[in-house]
Design a protein around this ligand. Sequence first.
Ligand code: SAH
Ligand code: SF4
Length: 438
Amino acid sequence: MNKADSERMAGILEDMGFEWSEDPNQADVILYNTCTIRDNAEQKVYSYLGRQAKRKHEQPDLTLIVAGCVAQQEGEALLRRVPELDLVMGPQHANRLQDLLQQVFDGNQVVATEPIHIIEDITKPRRDSKVTAWVNVIYGCNERCTYCVVPNVRGVEQSRTPEAIRVEMEELGRQGYKEVTLLGQNIDAYGRDLPGVTPEGRHQHTLTDLLYYVHDVPGVERIRFATSHPRYFTERLIRACAELPKVCEHFHIPFQSGDNEVLKRMARGYTHEKYRRIINTIREYMSDAAISADAIVGFPGETEEQFENTLKLVADIGFDQLNTAAYSPRPGTPAAVWENQLSEEVKSDRLQRLNHLVATIAAERSQRYMGRLEEVLVEDQNPKDKTQVMGRTRTNRLTFFTGDINELKGKLVKVRISEVRAFSLTGEPVEVREVVSV
Ligand code: SAH
Ligand code: SF4
């Protein structure tokens, strides 16, 4: 989500006539797009900012911007901490960057953190990739997970219209993009805030309907979406994924904890049994589907036994990948002020144990690819071996094979897998699929 916001803001800057600089010390405008999901992400920005604030004393026309979730969380306080800042802007204001900068160039120090209705993109994002692209479908989050700062900083849910999403995807298809990832903090909430109900009484616009609506966009060969919430994940959606050939067989569905009591205190709204049922249903429809998730260890009050329930869930499900984190208390969230916080030692010990298990299980899951023919969408050169290119399987496994990036970038290549590792594969190219766009 942050990367997508960065690309949109970079696009606005480019549109205003700014050029990209690799060296921050040469830049006239520096924009930090920040994350506050955990404390270590937040601390990073202060160390970068300190250096540039110093430079501003020698170069007063340097423009310093903090955007994103730290900006939203800290607001005016950030100006008091770093008075050299010119602009503090929350994530909802990303599309307003040009207006806000104009106010700065007129001589104002600006803080833009008030909740607003997010305006449709008017500028083109400056996308890092020429092959895969992010497309926001819903901003914000209406959940209230007790550990999470996102609803405070990203505001309430705001869905884009299916038409606006399709127009953006059609443009991507014309530009040669092959893969689109639809984005939302809780993408299953898509459409709840849009008008319209069906005769059966359900919302007219759901993620499932959106998938059917955008599926035939010419040129786009693969569609992914993230992040799914187990509370709202439906069989109807699973059926659509199985039915629609462009939707990839990879599901990112964070479970956070494998223990029902912890899940309850996290206010997640499901049990581990329900989570298991969802995964079983996915596998009934798509036996080879890859499953990934996020999990938190060391939530306040988590006992050793409760942590072991998380280990058990991870082992039972057999995740292809898992993003793990030690619980980090966030300002303004309920769990941050509970008294049953765990020590850093306990948290880091549990994190290590979980990571170890994840690597073992992912390696086991990788075994199934051995000798198989997989379709890989080539994204880039392998930075560690220039004779190789890299891309992803439909199930999102990173795959390397010998080839020339100039010939293969953006191509779908059938690759015979000859080496498997926990989180990546190596193979031999067998056939390049020619995609004829209409
Ligand atoms: N909307 C998504 C993800 C939100 S943030 C969801 O609901 O799953 C991404 C991940 O960061 C979360 O899934 C969670 O695992 C982790 N996270 C969020 N708040 C955290 C906190 N306070 N401490 C540690 N990890 C956290
Ligand atoms: Fe945070 Fe929960 Fe919303 Fe995800 S669903 S962004 S974890 S509040």
